[in-house]
Design a protein around this ligand. Structure first.
Ligand code: 13P
Length: 247
């Protein structure tokens, strides 16, 4: 069984004072037995890396450009993220797919750029409510997985996050059976494509994960951790999730 991963996606939240939350997280869980990564906004990356230097907390970006440098105003490249001391990057989040029309091809290219820079890519996939209600969930998730993940993925370089779009920030979650079905499908697809390595790649659940539901979600087969938005912003909530994923 892969080691579990608690990943916090701070999205566009957090000023310098929010670094205190990471100190509080460390105080609450100094020795987590799961991996822990926080993905703050770009403005906090370097100070977060410094704050976490002696903690079992890694730092990740929330996106990167597919090129290493150039005329791309406002963008950040994978080597730039790595240069801050980051070790992960979230790619293909549904908020970016929706707001910036990111395609699977682009996410595939970004993932390769992340790997070239030595980063672990957390590639997000998930269906909208319409797609779920019309019975297309596995089709959508399968297509996104096939298109967004490049050949050559390894358990160290790739993490998949299944995030149903309708569960993000809404307080709604799929049933435990629905999560089990999609995670089982992702596992089978990874195994078919990557062989034994596919059994070791981590598959996170994301979407309204919180200290109350984390226990039952974490117990589902093929759930290897969580990609947590709102509940990662407060140390008191996120530390509970880290503790659940550490058991
Ligand atoms: P919430 O946990 O706030 O629903 O966000 C999930 C998410 O989008 C993590 O990437």
């Amino acid at each position: 069984m892969p080691k579990k991963l608690a990943a916090g996606n701070w999205k566009m939240n957090g000023l310098r004072q929010a670094l205190a939350e990471v100190q509080a997280l460390h105080a609450a869980c100094p020795e987590p037995t799961c991996d822990v990564v926080i993905c703050p906004p770009a403005t906090l990356m370097r100070s977060m890396v410094k704050t976490c230097a002696d903690m079992k907390i890694e730092v990740g970006g929330q996106d990167c450009h597919e090129n290493t440098s150039g005329a791309h105003t406002g963008d950040i490249s994978a080597p730039m993220l790595a240069d801050t001391g980051a070790s992960y990057v979230i790619l293909g989040h549904s908020e970016r797919r929706a707001s910036y029309s990111e395609t699977d091809d682009q996410i595939n290219a970004k993932t390769r750029a992340a790997w070239d820079a030595g980063l672990t890519a957390i590639v997000c996939i998930g269906e909208t409510l319409d797609e779920r209600e019309s019975g297309k969930t596995l089709h959508i998730v399968g297509d996104q997985l096939a298109g967004s993940v490049p050949d050559g993925a390894t358990p160290a370089s790739l993490v998949i996050a299944y995030e149903p779009v309708w569960a993000i920030g809404t307080g709604k979650t799929p049933t435990l059976d629905e999560i089990a079905q999609v995670h089982g499908f992702i596992r089978e697809s990874l195994q078919t494509r990557f062989g034994a390595d596919g059994l070791e790649m981590r598959i996170l659940y994301g979407g309204s994960m919180n200290p109350i539901n984390a226990n039952e979600i974490a117990a589902i087969a093929n759930v290897d951790g969580g990609l947590v938005g709102g509940a990662s912003l407060k140390a008191s909530d996120f530390s509970t999730i880290v503790q659940v994923l550490s058991t």
